[in-house]
Design a protein around this ligand. Sequence first.
Ligand SMILES: [Zn+2]
Ligand SMILES: [Zn+2]
Length: 239
Amino acid sequence: MKLHILGCGDAFGNGGRNQSGYLVEAADRLFLMDCGPTTLLAMKKAGFDPRRLDVVFLSHLHGDHFGGLPFFFISYLYENPRDKPLHIAGPPGSEEKVGELYRLMYGGDLPPTRFHILQPDRADLILGIHVLPFRVPHQVHAISLGLKISYEEKQILFSGDSAWTDLFLSHARGVDLFLCECSFYEQDSANHLNYKTLRENLTRLECQKLVLTHLGEEMLRRREELEATCAEDGMVIEL
Ligand SMILES: [Zn+2]
Ligand SMILES: [Zn+2]
C-alpha cells in the first residue's frame, strides 16, 4: 500500500504547496483522505485517473479539506463518467455542505454519490476499508475528526486539523504511519498543533513512522531545526 502526498500545505498556500489531499493506493482500492481545492490537479499530475477513486474520507468541513470535491463532480459529469457512485465519508453535515458547495459553484445535481456520516468513536466499514473516527480539538461547534484507517493489514492515523490531544497517543500505538498536522513551530493555537508541543510528546508516540503535514509558514522557515520528517507534495510513502 502506498500513500501519495498530493497536498501538504495549509489553507494559505504557504510555500506554494497544495492544500490537503492524501491518496492511498492499495491493490484493489484507491481512496483519498481529504480533498482540498488542488486535489484533482495533483491527482492527475501523479498519473491517476480520477474515475478510479473509490472513497473520499473527510476529516472536517473546512475549505482546504473538502473544497476540491466540486471539481471531481464536474469531471464525472462532463468528462469522465463513472460506472459506480463515489463514496464520501465525513463528519455530520457532510452531505449538506458538499451539496451546497457544489450548487454554489456549478448548480444542478451531483453525480451519483453515496454519503456515509462518520460519528466520533463509531467504527465504520466502507467498501472494506475500516475507519475509526474520533473527535479532535479544531472546530468549536462543528465536529472535526481524526481518522484511523485500516486496510490490507496496514494502519494509517491521520490527525486532520487539530491541536494536541492525548488521544493521539492511544490511536497512534502500533500504526504504520501517523500523518500529523503541524501548522506551527512554536506559535500557540487552540486549533492547530505546534512542533514544540509535538516534540515534548515524541517519545510517547509509539507509531512506526511519523510524518508532519499541513505545514505553515513558520514550520517551513524552520524546517532545518526539526527532528521529524515533513511531507512534501509528490512524496510517496510505502507502507
Ligand atoms: Zn486546514
Ligand atoms: Zn481546518
